[in-house]
Design a protein around this ligand. Structure first.
Ligand SMILES: [Zn+2]
Length: 281
């Protein structure tokens, strides 16, 4: 079973958790680390021999076109994570359409390959944005991986299907929700991010085995370049909860990832989307 591996390419100061602490206008004045951290991710993937999808901010691509080209040249998929991490439910349909277009143009110009996948910042496609999938379908995207079918303080669409579905009637657009697991009647986030770092490794292994085995479906997993960077600057005045989530166990992340890559089969999200699409018919 081929599972979808992805990296959301954003810098340490662009994460949703620090949104209220660091203004977008200040981003250009902060020390960038996304290029060096993404190069480290590329090295890690080369070492273990996996291909993945890089959901990339247009803002990052504009400042690091060489990085985007190296990602594409190494055989990975370059896909869209929006321009500057604006959550979809904070934009109206017109702003969302413009954000998609601007980002895709930048990514295609930098990477030299067609962009067919999209991941909403902070999984921000939910019941508040019934228009979002329609706009993605109109724009010709093959798939979106933007829904977290869980209850969570920052995001979530608990009523959404847990596995691949077609969100727009009459359109081939596929939504590949991030991985969840079922435990004692509850649906738990199990697709990466803070959960992967904070909980014991065996939780993630159990969850992916459940998804691949019992459910017979591919897992959809993600992490960020800043998660393998223990040397990143600390945001002192962020909420404590955000700081715990952001800074815990950064030093052991790479080893943990290597273990995960060794135990399951991983590939690009577009490949997994195509397989799921064929299954749905
Ligand atoms: Zn993100």
């Amino acid at each position: 079973m081929l599972n979808a591996l992805s990296v959301d390419i954003e810098d340490w100061f662009q994460v949703g958790a620090f949104e209220k602490t660091i203004a977008r206008d200040d981003w250009d004045g902060l020390a960038p680390r996304v290029a060096r951290n993404s190069e480290a991710v590329l090295e890690l993937f080369a070492r273990v021999g996996v291909k993945a999808t890089f959901f990339t901010l247009g803002w990052v691509a504009e400042r690091n076109p060489g990085l985007i080209r190296r990602i594409a040249d190494a055989g990975h998929e370059v896909a869209s994570h929006g321009w500057d991490h604006q959550r979809v439910f904070t934009m109206g349909p017109d702003a969302f359409r413009a954000d998609l277009l601007r980002t895709r143009e930048m990514l295609e110009q930098a990477g030299g390959q067609k962009v067919t996948g999209y991941r909403a910042p902070s999984f921000s496609i939910d019941k508040r944005t019934p228009w979002a999938h329609e706009i993605l379908a109109e724009a010709g995207y093959a798939y979106s991986s933007s829904v977290a079918p869980v209850v969570h303080d920052h995001y979530g669409w608990p009523e959404a299907p847990r596995f691949a579905f077609r969100p727009v009637k009459g359109s081939p657009l596929l939504e590949l929700p991030v991985t969840t697991a079922r435990l004692a009647g509850r649906t738990l986030a199990a697709g990466g991010g803070g959960f992967f770092r904070l909980l014991p490794y065996r939780f993630s292994r159990w969850a992916i085995r459940q998804v691949n085995g019992e459910a017979d479906r591919p897992a959809v997993f993600y992490f960020h370049p800043w998660e393998i960077d223990p040397g990143q600057p600390r945001v002192a005045d962020a909420p404590l909860r955000s700081k715990i989530r952001h800074y815990s166990r950064l030093g052991s992340m790479e080893t943990r990832l290597e273990r995960l890559f060794g135990e399951f089969a991983w590939g690009r999200t577009d490949a997994v989307a195509a397989a799921e699409s064929a299954r749905l018919g």
